[in-house]
Ligand binder design. Structure first.
Ligand code: PLP
Length: 401
């Protein structure tokens, strides 16, 4: 993809070592979905995250979520609690397994699942169905850690496992510990626009060597231990290719640089936009949070700024700058129409006019409000200080009119 004069949202950036690992794979004929690059990439990730985790490289982050939920025993008739404010890849695997999602609204400061509403949803599900939800899925959206201490406390109080969606949060920390190391499982994504890429790919972070072995088993068509091909369970073709893993090994050399560059850009946006009326930026709520700032996200208060988020997006597009609305919450997606959604009521601090219903009778909630007002700004490692200045100039110019 050419980067010419357009400023892109989040482009991949190579260390230069990727091709050496790929060449090695060709030279040794490891052009298959296993081999030294897959082992090496898994080792690199395991060393990076620490906490005695066991990591399995897969074909996608979505595949990781699928195999995580599968191992938590999620199946038909089960309920899985999922943050509504996310990309559809978080929720879709719940449906692959025949289970039902229950969506929960976000906190105003982290934009991630509200622990208060999470507990409300758990109590309700137990009361109504007589059984516990099978799993809880918090998401570290845009790299911002979810409030994992509270979430894990609630999870252990009710004895419900947690699968963290850390697809966007490689390198982010909460209370000094990496996102993706709190739950029973966690998914990582190495899609083209993520913190590091394998072109397409993901990984499942497991707590035990047994869970990692089981993940590999399911990811390679659930082949039994026999000389012929024998299967006692349904399997999947989800393993990462040794070529893609070669890209991943090369990318590990620049992971820290990518985090530094995205954080620098975020700080620069914050500095340059701070006096602009009606524009606010998602920021770490306290020192407990260390976002990788995968994407810098803003909220546009149209009354104060004079233009809506969509006006701003179109203006940026006309200036050859790629921006993107925030994720549309799952409870507002047509495909999940009718799915339960837990949001605030008048008694809650976060209740606002957005806690009312939309034209379809669906409550928007805090995440619906964020979706209406929010925009992601170009944030990748290739975005320069001059680019950020050019983007900020568009804001300033609009604001003066
Ligand atoms: C929050 C979130 N979850 C899951 C995924 C799925 O990852 P993948 O695209 O590798 O399947 C993504 C990224 O695409 C994501 O942003």
């Amino acid at each position: 993809m050419s980067t010419s004069s357009k400023i892109w949202l989040s482009l991949a950036h190579m260390s230069g070592k990727e091709q050496q690992f790929i060449q090695e794979a060709f030279d040794t004929n490891w052009v298959v979905p296993l081999g030294p690059n897959v082992d090496g990439f898994e080792k690199d990730l395991t060393e990076y995250l620490g906490e005695n985790k066991h990591i399995v490289a897969l074909s996608a982050g979505t595949a990781a979520i699928h195999l995580g939920l599968l191992q938590l025993g999620v199946g038909p008739g089960d309920y899985v609690i999922c943050q509504s404010f996310t990309f559809s890849a978080t929720a879709n695997p719940i449906k692959y397994l025949g289970a039902e999602p229950v969506f929960v609204d976000s906190e105003r400061d982290t934009w991630n699942i509200s622990p208060t509403l999470l507990e409300r949803a758990i109590k309700d599900i137990i009361e109504i169905t007589g059984k516990k939800p099978k799993a809880i899925m918090p998401v570290h959206l845009y790299g911002m850690p979810a409030r994992m201490d509270k979430i894990m406390n609630i999870a252990s109080k009710y004895g419900i496992p947690v699968l963290e969606d850390a697809a966007e949060a490689l390198g982010s920390k909460y209370k000094g510990k990496y996102c993706g190391t709190y739950g029973d499982f966690a998914c990582l994504s190495f899609n083209g626009n993520k913190m590091i890429t394998t072109s397409g790919g993901g990984a499942l972070v497991c707590k035990t060597a047994e869970a990692a072995a089981k993940t590999k088993f399911y990811a390679t068509q659930a082949r039994d231990n026999a000389p012929h091909y024998q299967h006692s369970e349904i399997g999947y073709n989800y393993r990462m290719s040794n070529i893609c893993a070669g890209i991943g090994r090369g990318q590990m050399f620049v992971l820290d640089e990518h985090i530094r560059r995205r954080r620098e850009n975020n700080a620069l946006y914050r500095k340059l936009l701070k006096d602009l009326p009606g524009i606010s930026i998602l920021d770490n709520p306290s020192d407990d949070f260390e976002s990788n700032h995968w994407l810098t996200c803003i909220l546009v208060d149209s009354e104060k700024f004079g233009f809506t988020r969509e006006d701003l997006r179109l203006k940026m597009e006309a200036e050859n700058i790629e921006t993107r609305p925030l994720w549309k919450p799952m409870h507002l997606q047509p495909v999940f129409a009718g799915t339960p959604f837990y949001t605030y009521d008048e008694a809650d601090e976060s209740y606002s006019k957005y806690s009312k219903v939309d034209e379809n009778g669906v409550q928007l909630g805090v995440c619906g409000e964020l979706f209406e007002k929010g925009l992601c700004l170009p944030s990748g490692p290739l975005v320069t200080a001059e680019d950020v200045q050019k983007i900020v100039d568009v804001f300033s110019h609009m604001n003066k009119r």
